[in-house]
Design a protein around this ligand. Sequence first.
Ligand SMILES: Cc1cc2nc3c(=O)[nH]c(=O)nc-3n(C[C@H](O)[C@H](O)[C@H](O)COP(=O)(O)O)c2cc1C
Length: 307
Amino acid sequence: MPRVDLSVDLGGMKLRSPLVTASGCFASGREMSEFIDLKKLGAIVVKSMTLKPWAGKATPRMAETSSGMLNAIGLQNKGVDHFLSTDLPWLTEQKVPVIASIAGNTTQEFMQVAERLRSAPIHAVEVNISCPNLEDRNNMFAHDPQSTSAVISAVRRMVDVPIFAKLSPNVTSLTAIAGAALEAGAAGLSLINTVMAMSIDVDSAMPKVAGVVGGLSGPAIKPIAVRAVFEVHQAYPHVPIIGMGGVMDARDVIEFVLAGASAVALGTVNFINPKAGHEILSDLGQFLSSRKVGSLAAMRGQVKVEG
Ligand SMILES: Cc1cc2nc3c(=O)[nH]c(=O)nc-3n(C[C@H](O)[C@H](O)[C@H](O)COP(=O)(O)O)c2cc1C
């Protein structure tokens, strides 16, 4: 079988695999390392961390729907200091690039988390702006260009590593939000976070998650995510994009790359098959070699559209 190059350049980071983990779907990798050799992943994007530990929402927090998974976890995490003292030293030993996902309820909080990460051995920061902004009637930062810009520029002042802004699909103009993030100093974009959704148990008439509404993930959202990556790539062709949303197999990865993704994150699939990162990587190699394509990176943005 001819050799296939699956490595990718993600905003200057050379990743040996195009597959990274989606934040919140792989914790910090410790549990998953029992199933999968972490070195085979391009990078680990850890669960979003906040300044202080967050307890998360009441249970139930997850529900299966007919075509995707609904979650309302509420960003439960042990805080940035726990990440620095416990998770990061372990991850550094695994010799896999680490992307630290950060979250907060105010611009100041994002800035404080970023400040703590300033001299940490991480490769990039992913800024999860799909959080309620307490200073703006709980509107998500990612739903407003000004709030997006404020958070990204605050984080930019604190860290030297590349910043990826993780955007929400629940907006009218994704390219406007993407533009605000890039202008404020994001080196790249992560697309997409979950799609706002709701599911009701008709026997009890209760919402299926205690948070009432939640985020939908999995195959149901893939076409929404592919559209998002395509639109943003068309608007900003030189900007690296981590594409995600419903990736289940190698063909899904190719779809995101054709739309314009530089790397692809695996989320919900990890809950179904913790070895997905290995299996999809091997299938990707076979897919490309059977079509005599030497490099995945060469397929980026190559969807054939007229005009
Ligand atoms: C249980 C769960 C927890 C998540 N937690 C986070 C999180 O902490 N930070 C974040 O940016 N995205 C979080 N996400 C969103 C995923 O990273 C990803 O953007 C989304 O699930 C779409 O990808 P998928 O369909 O492959 O899961 C979470 C998703 C799920 C299902």
